[in-house]
Write a protein that binds this ligand. Sequence first.
Ligand code: HEM
Length: 408
Amino acid sequence: MTTTQDAVAAAERCTPEYRRNPHPVYAQLRESAPVCPMRPPHGNETYLITRYEDARNALSDPRLSKDMYGAMDAYRRIFGDSSVALDDNMLNSDAPKHTRLRKLVNTAFTPRRVEALRPRIQEIVETLLDDCPTREPLDLLPAFAFPVPIAVICELLGVPPQERSKMQQLSTTVAQTGFSAESKRAQQKAEEDLHAYFTELIARKRREPADDMLSALTAVRDTDGGLSENELVSTAFLLMFAGHKTTAYLIGNAVYHFLARPAQLRAVQEKPELIGPAVEELVRYEGSVESATFRYATEDVEYSGTRIPKGALVQIALTSANRDPEKFERPDDFDVRRPGNTQNAHLGFGHGSHYCLGAPLARLETQLALSTLFGRFPRLTLADPASGPQWMAVPFPAFRGLAELPVV
Ligand code: HEM
């Protein structure tokens, strides 16, 4: 049994046990310290929210700001002081800037638009499986889970195929959550390279517009000035960044949980229409965004009887909220037939005005990746089921994903 003190210490220090299985820690915090003051390695006063109701309210609380420029000192201490402002985008802003930027991109992400991408995504998935190395065991993360979303988002944005592996590498470096000086330097360098790359790509789209999202956004910028040049670069970066690792980790987590539970996999294979609800259940049960949901308090606020002082950072643990027994029956069971697990029940894609813009795309990519993979390789198994999953070791639990996924 974890004590409250142990749970807080594990969450603060992101211990290896906590990385392997954060759920008992979250269960303890939900019970006895649902709004938990912490001092994580980045040194800022942070409050971790773990209950579903609090999390849902906090995600849409206008007193909790996403405008990290407003909290620049705290923000710099976490993410380093880059010379380029790649965060000049909707994710890091409040209304009215948020509304303006989101509206510009929103039209590209309607469920109908995304559905139109289905044949192309299917083709990408098939080609990647055709090209998978035949050696065994095969690590499915670099061979499949990562290349699918990078190919899709690059295609959507209009990043030429020969430049995609560079994109993948740079955005992976930016996403690392290390706090050492060396790790921050590497992150800053990658941010600068990405900024330079997107600036140059936008210039190319101006000269030779194509039928892609970056050309369309560049045209908006140039015709009605709806966004600044830096907002345009930062929006391209956000889409690349937000659309890549999140989906890759979800595909990896999904493959692992299905292979570890053959009865659940069989249920979807026998009833293919279960793939939609199954992906929702995966986002609930082991979603890929654990607590990369920073806000900061613009005034004193109170949640579950705890005062969060003005200026403090607030971190919302979606992974915990999605297993709150007050909201979900049998929260620790992975059940693709879970009644009522609709798209709106879990918080894995956030909630409120910052609700994930790419959710329809992420859902479609994951559904096609899983059904095609399991359809083509019905005898796929974990290479070493007894050893358990290898979760990423991180100093800070922003994302939840596997470090490797060996299969045969
Ligand atoms: C925002 C999760 C895939 C684009 C968010 C947020 C979450 C999230 C939790 C809200 C963050 C907050 O409130 O602080 C996920 C997960 C994904 C995924 C779990 C995959 C499984 C994608 C994809 C794209 C995307 C594929 C685009 C190509 C965005 C954008 C925002 C966002 C642009 C910011 C929205 C805003 O600030 O208004 N995502 N995401 N995401 N996501 Fe996703």
